[in-house]
Design a protein around this ligand. Structure first.
Ligand code: AHR
Length: 521
């Protein structure tokens, strides 16, 4: 009988079936082989007017009994400050290409109520009324900017291309960035200029953003961006990138742009690739061992996508000035575990999701020379969320703790690291990333095995290690997740690591996301 089937067969009889003996793993960190600085924006977030993300999630209202900062859920703001959330993409998603930004400004009581893009979903159709179905526009540009200011994240706006015009876009830039007291729009803002830099031109323009061909979209992109006034702010544009492995979209867009004018890609800051690894199994919390590994294998595909699109981008942008902004990524499970009645796409986050988060962020760090921004989808009450909230209840998910563990990488220099461990099913057994900042090495990674720990021998080539600390987010059962009733089931805990010479030894538990922090001499 194989070890895994033995464990499955005896699972009822044993409590937390852990194996004492650990397989050996060798990790070599090449501290003198830098890849590039890790842009903090790769730890970014996505906020769409979808289900319970904005209303119930972020916005509770100024008159709410729930602790709030000018209507923003205080517990959320505090938690985001702690992890140094770097950027928020807003207001969509598919919603963005039907959003009229002017509906969301001026006195709140006078703002129009509009049908939300997601109104037709079966979950929302069960409800007569809901802000997720009919958007009251209470949360608009000023409220979003306050959210950014309070949390410390940068704003990244997604512009409506499908059902709006370049003129409307220019006016939005004017509203946000024109000097106070100079134009009607800047007066209406009523605050100091927001100086918004990041502007995504449409969303998924190959699909809900207009069903364009890449050639057609390149025309729209130029119309929107070529002559837009910036008010002294260097505007950073992000064209709508491909759906996963659609290489034709990347090739088609860049080719069409260069055919028109070889300087036309000069204003592209980031190429907005979207990739959801999706789901396996019956639901977010109900899947088999094989389905567990299968999902992790799908998450790992991100690395391949980056490499394949990057090769094509290099044919048009030989210096590789343009990097990726992977502004939607994550798991997407079947409906049924949402915590509020209108939380469309709301899902629980188990240790399986935490492993996907760890795997993905480590890929971004290993490709720090290629990836400049990443936004997990979505912040709260939605797909792979860091938070779940309903009315006065609020909980940090396992995904949050991964972002918390990994934030030490922000602004570090990613260095090469080699991870060697036995294989497990189709998924990587051990994967991770390393960075150095101010003589501190941050090494993060995952042990995806369902039952076996790894005895890791870590060799830091090119530096002596003075001390090392290990923190681990793990659980004996990958299905475990935090709930309102049990909010601290999954939290990172300190564990043993020893340093000597240029080596570190640490035991990495099964089903774990871990971080080693080492002081280098
Ligand atoms: O994140 C949910 C949806 O997924 C977004 O609105 C869309 O851009 C993507 O297809």
């Amino acid at each position: 009988m194989q070890r895994r089937s033995f464990l499955a067969a005896t699972a009822g009889a044993l409590v937390a079936p852990r194996l004492a003996s650990a397989a050996n793993a060798q990790i070599t960190v090449l501290a003198n082989e830098p890849i590039a600085a890790i842009n903090p924006l790769v730890h970014g977030h996505f906020v769409e007017h979808l289900g319970g993300v904005v209303y119930d999630g972020i916005w509770v209202g100024e008159n709410s009994k729930i602790a709030n900062i000018g209507g923003l859920r205080k517990s959320l703001v505090d938690a985001l400050k702690k992890i140094q959330a770097p950027v928020f993409r807003w207001p969509g998603g598919c919603f963005a290409d039907s959003y009229q930004w002017k509906d969301g400004i001026g006195p709140r009581a006078q703002r129009p109520k509009r049908t939300n893009f997601w109104e037709g979903s079966s979950l929302l159709r069960k409800l007569e009324d809901s802000p997720a179905r009919y958007d009251p526009n209470t949360f608009g540009t000023n409220e979003f900017m306050r959210f950014c200011r309070e949390t410390g994240g940068k704003p990244y706006f997604a512009v409506n291309v499908r059902s709006s015009t370049p003129k409307e876009f220019y006016e939005w830039v004017e509203y946000c960035n024109a000097p106070s007291g100079r134009t009607t729009w800047s007066n209406m803002r009523g605050e100091a200029p927001y100086n918004v830099e990041f502007w995504g031109i449409g969303n998924e323009s190959w699909g809900c953003g207009g069903n364009y061909t890449p050639e057609e979209y390149s025309v729209e992109y130029r119309k929107f961006t070529a002559w837009a006034p910036g008010y002294g702010v260097p505007l950073k544009y992000l064209p709508s990138g491909p759906n996963g492995g659609d290489l034709n979209w990347t090739r088609g867009f860049f080719e069409a742009m260069l055919r028109k004018d070889r300087n036309s890609i000069n204003n592209v800051w980031g190429w907005a690739l979207h990739y959801y690894c999706g789901t396996t199994g019956k639901s977010a919390v109900d899947y088999t061992d094989a389905e567990f590994y299968d999902l992790l294998a799908r998450a790992q595909v991100m690395e391949d996508l980056i490499n394949r699109h990057w090769t094509i981008m290099g044919q048009y942008d030989r210096e590789h000035r343009i990097k990726f902004a992977i502004d939607e990524w994550g798991t997407w499970h079947r409906e049924g575990t949402q915590v509020g009645p209108d939380h469309l796409f709301g899902q629980q986050a188990t240790m399986r999701d935490a492993l996907v988060a760890g795997l993905t962020l480590d890929i971004f760090h290993r490709h720090a020379d290629k990836v400049s921004m990443g936004c997990i989808a979505q912040l709260i009450n939605c797909l792979q969320s860091l938070f779940l909230a309903h009315e006065d209840q609020f909980v940090l998910t396992a995904n949050y703790h991964v972002f918390d563990l990994y934030r030490a990488h922000q602004n570090g220099t990613a260095v090469r690291a080699v991870f060697g461990a036995p294989l497990v099913e189709k998924a990587p057994r051990l994967a991770g990333s390393a960075s150095v900042k101010d003589k501190v090495l941050t090494l993060t990674g995952v042990n995806t095995h369902l039952t076996e720990p790894l005895a890791a021998a870590i060799e830091v080539a090119g530096a002596a290690v003075k001390s090392a600390r290990l923190e681990v987010l793990s659980s004996p059962d990958s299905h475990h997740h935090n709930t309102f009733a049990q909010p601290n089931r999954l939290v990172p805990r300190p564990a043993q690591a020893t340093a000597s010479g240029s080596s570190i030894k640490a035991e990495l538990p099964p089903i774990s996301v871990w971080k080693i922090t080492a002081d280098l001499a």
